[in-house]
Design a protein around this ligand. Structure first.
Ligand code: GLU
Length: 378
């Protein structure tokens, strides 16, 4: 077996604290040992490390007992403690680390996305281990990715990783909540993320982190769609990273989707938050899904939100399900004037033509593929 995979390892707060309220350095040493061994064998590792807020909380616990700290304060204090701890531990193996703190805004703009991609890949090229977290200290809700599961999927896309390990306090995804149902079964392989699976995943799992199984499924959907295999496994299981890198059957493995997207479309899929939304009719939905067509004005029923031309928008069907994302050639104001029109009438109506399609097929990426295809029976 060739041992040169790029692997993103996401460590949830529960893994790093053992569900306690401070960093468990004894376990972090163990994780570092496993990463170092895998790097020695030729793999490239990127850590997406949670734990800043928890570390901040534990640092400030005796500082001023009457103070209530906001998350940005906890993150500012905790992130430096977190990275310092990682740095000290990886130093034991002579592995330099590089910190990358990202927000959704860094991935929204294509130039910044490409810049982040360049930095991440340069670190890997120089055998420096990147350690990624959300920049919680400066990040307001609107520009946050919000949880490190999704952030790790975006990181895996940036690095064009082969595998993403979502390490948590659960051994994987179960057929029902194992804390409530003792007959719950571990699902070993998932080849299709559909609504049934999403309903099994439910909400947040542990008390200390942000993510739960639901955000792990979102991350798995984005990553597998981009050709990256995803595994959810227990971060405190002995040798878990080594076993996963050696393809042992551990946790829940999400296989790569059939219709993977590449390059620019990965950015559309993963990076930008959406500025507005177009509601399309059944005919347009079918054309997008079955023949990979561009979205035409004729199929647009409604426009929601305000956006300029060249901004990213979501495309929803009549059931309010987001089916695709894409770059609109027209602003929301102009789309209100041309919705429902045949393409040949656009110029006459607006006095200019930005293209006969509202969203060209090259600027459009389909979401929720499995469920929509099921509905369309295609
Ligand atoms: N960025 C947060 C932290 O470092 C964690 C978010 C998450 O675990 O999803 O504390």
């Amino acid at each position: 077996m060739k041992k040169n995979k790029t692997i993103v390892v996401k460590l949830g707060t529960s893994v790093l604290t053992g569900n306690g309220y401070h960093l468990d350095t004894r376990h972090m040493v163990e994780l570092v040992r496993q990463c170092a061994l895998m790097m020695e064998q030729g793999h490239k590792i990127i850590l997406v490390s949670s734990g800043a807020i928890a570390a901040g909380r534990s640092q400030l616990i005796n500082h001023n007992e009457n103070d209530n700290y906001d998350k940005d304060v906890l993150a500012a204090v905790g992130q430096s403690n977190l990275i310092q701890t990682w740095q000290t531990l990886f130093n034991l193996y002579n592995i330099p680390v590089g910190q990358m703190l990202l927000t959704r805004a860094d991935l929204e703009d294509r130039e910044r996305y490409l810049r982040a991609k360049h930095t991440l890949n340069s670190l890997l090229k120089h055998n420096i281990l990147p350690i990624v977290n959300e920049n919680d200290a400066v990040c307001i809700e609107e520009i946050k990715v919000g949880d490190n599961d999704n952030l790790s999927a975006l990181t895996a896309i940036l690095a064009q990783a082969k595998e993403l390990y979502l390490l948590t306090d659960q051994p994987g995804l179960f057929s029902s909540d194992p804390r409530k149902n003792k007959d719950a079964q571990l699902i070993s392989t998932v080849s299709k993320i559909d609504n049934e699976l999403k309903s099994i995943a439910g909400g947040s799992g542990s008390d200390v982190g942000t993510g739960g199984m639901a955000t792990k499924l979102e991350a798995a959907e984005i990553a597998t769609r981009s050709g990256i295999e995803v595994i959810i496994a227990k971060g405190r299981q002995p040798n878990v990273i080594i076993d996963l890198a050696n393809d042992k059957p551990v946790g829940t493995r999400f296989t790569v989707m059939d219709d993977i997207v590449e390059g620019r479309k990965q950015w559309l899929l993963a990076g930008p938050a959406s500025n507005g939304c177009l509601v399309v009719d059944d005919g347009a939905q079918k054309a997008i899904f079955t023949t990979g067509s561009s979205l035409l004005a004729k199929g647009i029923l409604d426009i929601k939100g305000q956006f300029n031309a060249s901004e990213l928008v979501e495309i929803k069907n009549v059931n309010n399900v987001t089916i695709a994302r894409g770059i609109s050639c027209y602003s929301s104001n102009d789309l209100l004037k041309i919705k429902g029109l045949h393409s040949e009438n656009i110029e006459q109506k607006l006095g200019y033509l930005n293209g006969s399609a509202v969203i060209h097929r090259d600027d459009l990426v389909i979401l929720d593929v499995n469920n929509i295809k099921q509905d369309l029976k295609c």
